[in-house]
Design a protein around this ligand. Structure first.
Ligand code: ZN
Length: 381
């Protein structure tokens, strides 16, 4: 942070111009591999592998179909759009291509660190085994990272293995996450319909991971409220909360605007438990009414460890830059806020502390310093 008043004014000015947002180094902790395909890739893979159920046959209408279907207001309906992306991700070349393009797309959006998650058990329809699936995805990410480096962009991608909370396979997937932890997998997650499937259903997997000194996040507090968050933290020991936006149910704001925290909300804030907030996705599933009224504004003011994420770039028609742009416009956040959010995400990442510091000090801080100077320059014109 700077003490120069001109630089300080630039860093806090908003909205931040979109081209600077795109250039700014960003970190992403919550992004689903099967929610981020390019529409054209869905079409190509469907043609290549004989998948005939797609609801549109050109990239533009297909992209639109996904985002319209996703704006349903219900998590269950939102999740149904994944039938088509998962449907075309059933072979090794398809998985590798999707992972490669994911890394390339994130890098060209200015993301310098990403944790991307997927559920191996969703990709076995045509006979692949879980090892083949994981290795195909890791190979794709390695190709994408190398491709990005070849055009001068540095990105690191870590994989989270997801277990479906509606299934009974989580202990096995947790074991795979540990098996592959020195080969690109950095953590574990559970996802899928939240109501009726509490985190403690998978306690065995979480206890195993803790004994193995492994990291995990849990989708909790999105479609279901405080009991889910409480179980994720106090029973399961989650390092982070996937969404966690419903922690708002434990915060009361009086007519004068002053907020008081219940015991669970205070615990989450005081223990610095990261919230993987996904503003556009939360609006789509009805977890928030609009970006402007999204709890991220208040949670930030109250000192929660807030991070910004994309969730599903295809279904939400979004990117990290788009989320940052929406927030800059809705809350008057400037480059300094974006840098704070990005450092928050890096502090919460599942890679080693030394590796996190390296990215913060060598990519994020110098990157924002350059953009701040650029903005000063523009403001003085
Ligand atoms: Zn998610």
């Amino acid at each position: 942070m700077t003490t120069d008043p001109t630089l300080k004014a630039a860093a806090s000015s908003s909205p931040v111009p979109l081209d600077l947002i795109i250039q700014a180094p960003k970190a992403l902790l919550h992004d689903h591999l099967d929610g981020g395909l390019r529409p054209q890739t869905v079409l190509d893979l469907a043609a290549e592998f004989g998948y005939s159920d797609l609801p549109a046959n050109d990239a533009e209408s297909l992209g639109r179909w996904f985002s319209e279907a996703a704006f349903s207001g219900s998590l269950e309906r939102y999740l149904k759009t994944f039938k088509h992306t998962v449907g075309v991700m059933q072979t090794i070349p398809a998985l590798t291509r999707v992972a490669r393009e994911c890394a390339e797309d994130l890098a060209s959006d200015g993301v310098v660190y990403a944790e991307v998650r997927f559920a191996p058990e969703l990709h076995i329809e045509q006979g692949l085994n879980e090892h083949e699936i994981i290795e195909a995805v890791l190979a794709g990410f390695a190709e994408g990272v190398a491709g990005a480096a070849a055009v001068g962009r540095t990105i690191r991608v870590g994989v989270l293995l997801t277990a479906m909370r509606t299934a009974a396979n989580s202990r096995h997937i947790a074991e795979l996450a540990v098996e592959y932890r020195d080969r690109g997998v950095v953590g574990f997650d559970i996802a899928g319909a939240e109501a009726g499937f509490p985190p403690t259903r998978h306690l065995d997997a979480f206890e195993y991971l803790r004994r193995e000194n492994a990291h995990f996040t849990i989708h909790a507090g999105e479609a279901f409220g405080l009991p889910s968050i409480w179980e994720a933290i106090q029973w399961c020991g989650a390092d982070r909360l996937g969404h966690g936006v419903r922690i708002m149910d434990d915060i009361t704001v009086d007519s004068s605007g002053s907020a008081s925290l219940g015991k669970l909300a205070a615990y989450v804030r005081d223990r610095r438990i990261p919230l993987e907030l996904c503003p556009t996705s939360n609006v789509q599933t009805g977890a928030a009414d609009s970006i402007a009224s999204h709890p991220i504004g208040l949670l930030r003011k109250l000192g929660f460890r807030v991070t910004v994420n994309t969730d599903n770039r295809l279904m939400s028609g979004t990117s990290m830059s788009h989320e940052m742009d929406l927030l800059s416009q809705a809350f008057g956040w400037g480059l300094a806020d974006m840098e704070w959010l990005t450092v928050n995400a890096m502090k919460s990442a599942f890679i080693g502390f030394d590796e996190r510091l390296e990215i913060i000090n060598n990519q994020i801080k110098p990157g924002y310093a350059v953009l701040n100077s650029e903005l000063v320059e523009r403001m003085s014109r």
